[in-house]
Design a protein around this ligand. Structure first.
Ligand code: HEC
Length: 104
């Protein structure tokens, strides 16, 4: 009579471990995604600080809230004026500017 009780106990432990694993799944998946987004945001904040503050203050950006299309034009004009932005950084930079300094 001892054996079935042990088997049942074993099954109960396995089941509760499985439940714990499935419960944890959503949070363990969303946490790194959030971290990745804010890490990219932090990188772009640094890029803006280093590339866009050489000739005028960063307040110039906040004072010129505009659409994505206009940020695209502004960034291209700033690059022509000498802003240190590489072509592969440009799309992410334009996304960043239009989400932080989009039209109100
Ligand atoms: C090489 C110098 C230089 C750098 C670096 C620079 N700018 Fe400018 N920026 C200017 C000058 C000069 C003006 C004013 C004359 C003009 O608008 O052509 C200006 C004006 C602006 C304006 C005012 C509105 C407008 O369209 O004229 C915004 C917004 C702006 N810059 C954004 C940026 C951003 C974003 C960056 C970084 C990608 C940047 N600037 C980097 C030289 C620079």
């Amino acid at each position: 009579m001892k054996q079935p009780a042990i088997v049942l106990l074993f099954l109960a432990i396995v089941l509760s471990l499985l439940v714990a694993l499935f419960d944890r799944h959503p949070t363990s998946q969303s946490a790194p995604a959030t971290a990745a987004i804010s890490a990219e945001d932090a990188q772009l904040t640094q890029l803006v600080q280093s590339s866009c503050s050489g000739c005028h203050s960063l307040a110039t950006l906040a004072q010129n809230r505009q659409s994505r299309a206009r940020w695209q034009q502004t960034v291209e004009r700033m690059i022509q004026l000498g802003a240190p932005v590489s072509p592969d950084q440009e799309p992410a930079l334009v996304d960043y500017l239009s989400s932080h300094f989009g039209p109100q």
